[in-house]
Design a protein around this ligand. Structure first.
Ligand code: ADP
Ligand code: SF4
Length: 588
């Protein structure tokens, strides 16, 4: 079976010479294989197309995909957005008492699946020009678990609660203070109980517009979990939370799942691993099609995902496996220091910050970890000379390029416009193309209007912008947010390689352990009392850094026997106790 997909957001029909039509061998012999719709986008006849792939190669914007699919997918299509548009095959099935995870790249149909399962979108079974009724949909799925699920959803027999993905958009749609929002959903708990559980007490009377990303996430999770539903959908429940809060959130969701059905999309693999019982891996091609596989036990699912190969389906979706080292990297840096500091103090009224003795070397990537509001960004601002320390030695001659935590799409123009405006020569160099634009998948985004980018696309553009600027030190505040797991690994490698190759230094604040493992040569650990007193130590080598940081949050990791990947230990399990007594929290 062969499908043709036209990615309308990539197609620049006004900027090209209609190469798809010009070079299609069928069109040249007068067979109308490609026509144009009213918007001027190509429409490819899947009946006539012979699959030669010439149009795919000729289109300079890579807007066409012609893909051969396994015949067993025939009859399994759940939804298609339109002719030559994205199609979704199969669906995950929510199970009572279990947490079902969804793992797959962005643009592959996860959100579409959640919309269908929650009843907000009626699946058209591929009949986009003649959509079926609810009755026809149920008839189509007759005799399957999905039938029973959808029937309950359509008849209103089950209640649904959904935590949306983009919590930073919440203040635009909900006005008022935290307490108002929570008081509308006091079903399973009261506002006070929720404020306690989700650590929202201090912000109960604060306007939503004044909340940080982590607070918005906890608020959105609280508002969802407070509702008395039968099925809960969580679309990325942990972005902006620190690791302690991520693990805590996972425990709350686990408790909830005892007598409920829960479906979770999560790209932090350490957390997904800890949280989910079963995981459905989604494979396919961004913008063209997505296939939900049968749920696997969580450990197996993440292992096959990292391996890049689905054995049962015989599908390879990544050339190489993603691998982890079970011992820390050798910490031999022969390069000179870029900056040194010693006993730095800053009193900012409500908040005091103390930094010990340390140095960042040229070419080094330093992972910065610690709870929110412990002074990570303040420290980097001191390095950049934006904030002056009260006491201590700090070299502030370095030029810093900074990617903030929250990125907004308020710039005018296309991605190409803003990248060129930032650093035309750098962006246009072959080196930058090979090292940054290609691995981060920016080329496809070049012609897109900044305002139309998804969260993950915007994040990749922001990382690129930061790297394109001329500086000595590059600071990334939570670059993993909204990236899928694959993109996280690519971003980590890109940042680390760029620092090494260009002889600059990177400081990367993040909370995803797999990401930190991949991006860091060393670690700076922040602790203290969030919002009042921050204490920063390091950079330390990876072993010391991980131990210091994880002992503070009381979490240990074991290693997966097959892949070496780190896995969170159950609190108070045998391994957890053993590792704590040895003081080995990560490289056990
Ligand atoms: P994910 O959640 O995995 O990132 P989505 O379900 O949001 O993926 O989208 C899957 C694909 O379907 C994407 O390529 C997206 O562009 C496309 N898509 C989503 N909504 C629509 C729509 N209303 N019309 C056309 N295409 C859509
Ligand atoms: Fe024509 Fe199909 Fe070949 Fe494209 S893949 S050039 S549409 S025959």
């Amino acid at each position: 079976m062969r499908i043709a997909a036209v990615l309308h957001d990539r197609c620049q029909n006004r900027k090209c010479n209609k190469e798809c039509v010009k070079f299609c061998p069928l069109m040249r012999t007068g067979v109308e294989c490609i026509a144009f719709n009213e918007k001027g986008k190509p429409v490819i006849s899947e009946v006539l197309c012979q699959g030669c792939g010439i149009c795919v190669n000729k289109c300079q914007f890579e807007a066409i995909k012609i893909i051969g699919l396994a015949d067993e997918l025939k009859g399994e299509m759940v939804h298609q957005y339109g002719e030559n548009l994205f199609r979704l095959y199969r669906l995950p099935i929510p199970k009572k008492g279990l947490i079902t995870g969804i793992l797959g790249p962005n643009g592959i149909g996860k959100t579409t699946a959640i919309k269908i399962l929650s009843g907000t979108e009626l699946p058209n079974l591929g009949r986009f020009d003649d959509p079926p009724s609810k009755e026809e949909v149920l008839e189509h799925f007759a005799g399957t678990e999905l039938h029973d699920h959808l029937k309950n959803v359509y008849s209103g027999n089950i209640k649904i609660a959904l935590k949306p993905q983009y919590v930073d958009k919440l203040p635009q749609s909900v006005k008022g203070v935290v307490r108002d929002l929570l008081s509308r959903v006091q079903e399973r708990m009261t506002v006070d109980e929720a404020a306690e559980l989700f650590e929202l007490k201090e912000v109960l009377d604060r306007e939503l517009t004044k909340l940080s990303g982590g607070e918005l996430q906890r608020l959105a999770m609280a508002a969802t979990i407070m509702r008395d539903a039968d099925i809960y959908f969580f679309d990325e429940p942990t972005s902006y939370l620190d690791i302690y809060q991520r693990v805590k959130m996972a425990r709350i969701v686990k408790d909830l799942s005892v007598d409920k059905q829960v479906i979770v999309i999560e790209h932090d693999l350490a957390i997904l691993d800890y949280l989910a019982d079963n995981v459905s891996v989604v494979y396919g091609s961004e913008g063209a099609y997505g296939v939900f596989t049968l749920a696997r036990q969580v450990r197996t699912a993440i292992n096959v995902y990292l391996d890049g190969y689905l054995p049962e389906e015989n599908i390879r979706f990544r050339d190489r496996p993603i691998e982890f080292e079970s011992s820390p990297p050798r910490s031999e840096w022969n390069t000179p220091d870029l900056v040194e500091f010693d006993s730095v103090e800053k009193d900012m009224g409500e908040f005091k910050l103390n930094i010990g003795k340390g140095a960042v070397k040229i070419g080094e990537s330093v992972g910065i970890v610690g709870p929110n509001a412990t002074g990570k960004t303040t420290f980097v601002k001191m390095l950049a000379g934006v904030i002056k320390p009260d006491k201590g030695a700090l070299d502030t001659a370095v030029k810093v390029s900074y990617k903030p935590q929250y990125i907004s799409a308020d710039a005018e123009g296309t991605v190409r416009d803003i990248l060129y405006a930032k650093a035309y020569d750098t962006v246009n160099s072959g080196f930058f193309e090979g090292e940054v634009l290609d691995p981060l998948g920016i080329k496809h985004l070049m012609e897109k209007d900044i305002k139309t980018l998804s969260g993950g696309e915007l994040q990749r553009v922001a990382i690129t912008m930061c790297l394109a600027a001329e500086a000595d030190m590059y600071l990334f505040d939570e670059p993993s947010a909204y990236l899928d797991s694959n993109q996280r690994m690519n971003a980590a490698k890109t940042i680390r390689r760029m620092m090494e190759k260009t002889g600059r230094s990177g400081m990367i604040v993040d909370h995803d352990i797999y990401f930190l493992d991949m991006v860091s040569d060393s670690m700076m650990v922040f602790g203290g009392e969030p919002g009042h007193h921050g204490i920063g130590e390091g950079p330390l080598d990876m072993r010391d850094g991980m131990n210091k940081f994880l002992s503070a949050v009381d979490i240990t990791f074991r290693r997966d026997a097959d892949t070496n990947r780190p896995r969170i230990n159950k609190p108070d399990s045998r391994l957890d106790r053993e590792q704590k007594s040895k003081g080995e929290y990560y490289y056990a």
